[in-house]
Design a protein around this ligand. Structure first.
Ligand SMILES: [Zn+2]
Length: 417
């Protein structure tokens, strides 16, 4: 039962159907508030627990008034993979990967977009817009297509993973490559949506989008049968996801479904780590990175818009933040693919790289149960995967040549008999 939107800083309240992205009094972010007593009553009459694992299993927990308007591509319900081989290598008994690459457009963004675009339809919007390093644009373009909305996406200059670009294009979005970085592109879409009130903004500052992403925490609780993991490790770019997941856990505790909460642990790339720096230095502010650099393009963000929510989530949960190098990210990507059969994009692998680092330096205890969130599918960025793998060997179409190439001993006797 949603009641209103509320500023995370000065607690100013806004109506649920007011299109507002920042607090008008202090400029801070907004979040959606609920009447949990009402929600409990509603859940008593709902058959939500019979619905298969998905974002809309939790529709009673979502800020939507008219369920007939839901725009869905069957998002959520992603696999929670117990990683026995990787866990053994690291000395962890209970290690899981929540693989968000299994969503319809191949990233966690679909959880937010299904709710955000449904909200856009409810509000009567005709066009939607976002700034994106790739995954957001791919997801928004797909949901806009499904809803019949006009969609524009602004991507920063520099290298964008090819898989993501191809998605935004084929779903029919107007794709503009802006000469500037992500933070500049975001600034422009913010101003545009202020100026043209009929364009609905769906970056992660949109509090309705964050509501969809909190379903990941609900799913984890349900997949682990209410046994909350000790720690959840999340790649951090614009910082909306770690904030959303934390909100999901706190709500499930508020509702009495779970007793304890996990330590939220955020991982950033060394060249783009303002939140990790703030956590490490104990600062209440971030120092934006002017020219963020990392091979993990999905988290190449110098001024994360949801930094305050993320810092709060990490501190309030007793978690931590860590940085990893591009080399550590790529090594973790390869390792996860080769020992667990899970192919993720580089940004996703940062959670694995961070886990390895934090286990090795003793911050994560070996008796902890840990869930690493991998945010996007490996095919989003095939170039990087090909570049760091062994090249295919060219051989003649002859058994002998292939045996040589595979290092097999020739067994002439059986063939000749
Ligand atoms: Zn405020």
């Amino acid at each position: 039962m949603m009641t209103h939107q509320e500023c995370i800083n000065c607690r100013s309240k806004y109506a649920v159907d007011e299109v507002v992205y920042f607090c008008k009094k202090c400029g801070d972010l907004l979040e959606i508030k609920y009447d949990y007593a009402e929600l409990v009553k509603m859940l008593g009459k709902s058959d939500w627990e019979k619905v298969p694992l998905s974002v809309w299993r939790y529709k009673d927990f979502m800020p939507i008034n008219d369920f007939s308007k839901i725009v869905s591509l069957n998002e959520g319900g992603t696999g929670l993979h117990q990683c026995l081989r990787l866990g053994k290598q690291l000395g962890l008994r209970r290690l899981y990967v929540k693989n968000e690459g299994e969503n319809p457009t191949g990233s966690f963004k679909d959880r937010g977009m299904t709710v955000g675009v449904t909200k856009a339809v409810e509000l009567g919007a005709k066009s939607v817009i976002c700034a994106s390093t790739g995954n957001t644009s791919a997801s928004l373009a797909a949901y806009a297509a499904k809803a019949g909305l006009r969609c524009a996406v602004l991507i920063p200059s520099g290298k964008i993973a090819y898989g993501k670009l191809s998605q935004a294009m084929i779903y029919g979005a107007q794709v503009l490559q802006v000469r500037g970085n992500f933070d500049e592109a975001l600034d422009i879409v913010l101003k545009l949506s202020e100026k043209h009130r009929n364009i609905y903004l769906l970056n992660s500052i949109n509090p309705f989008r964050i509501e969809g992403q909190k379903s990941l925490a609900y799913e984890l609780c349900d997949q682990l049968e209410e046994e909350v993991p000790d720690r959840v490790v999340v790649p951090v770019g614009n910082a909306g996801n770690i904030s959303a997941i934390w909100k999901g856990f706190t709500e499930f505790r508020e509702l009495g479904f779970i007793g304890n909460l996990p330590r939220m642990t955020g991982i950033q790339a060394v060249g783009s780590a303002p939140i990790a720096q703030a956590i490490k230095s104990g600062s209440d502010k971030i120092v934006p990175v002017e020219k963020p650099e990392t091979i993990a393009t999905a988290i190449r963000i110098g001024a994360p818009v949801s930094w305050k929510k993320a810092v709060n989530a990490i501190r309030n949960s007793g978690g931590t933040a860590e940085t990893v190098t591009d080399e550590e990210i790529l090594a973790a990507q390869k390792l996860l693919a080769r020992v667990e059969g899970i192919f993720v994009e580089p940004a996703s692998a940062s959670s694995i790289a961070g886990l390895i680092k934090l286990v090795n330096n003793g911050v994560i205890g070996k008796d902890e149960s840990v869930v690493c969130v991998t945010t996007g599918h490996g095919l989003k960025d095939p170039d990087t995967a090909v570049k760091m793998s062994e090249k295919p060997v060219e051989v003649d179409a002859e058994i002998a040549a292939i045996e040589d190439a595979l290092g097999l001993k020739r067994q002439v006797a059986i063939l000749e008999r």
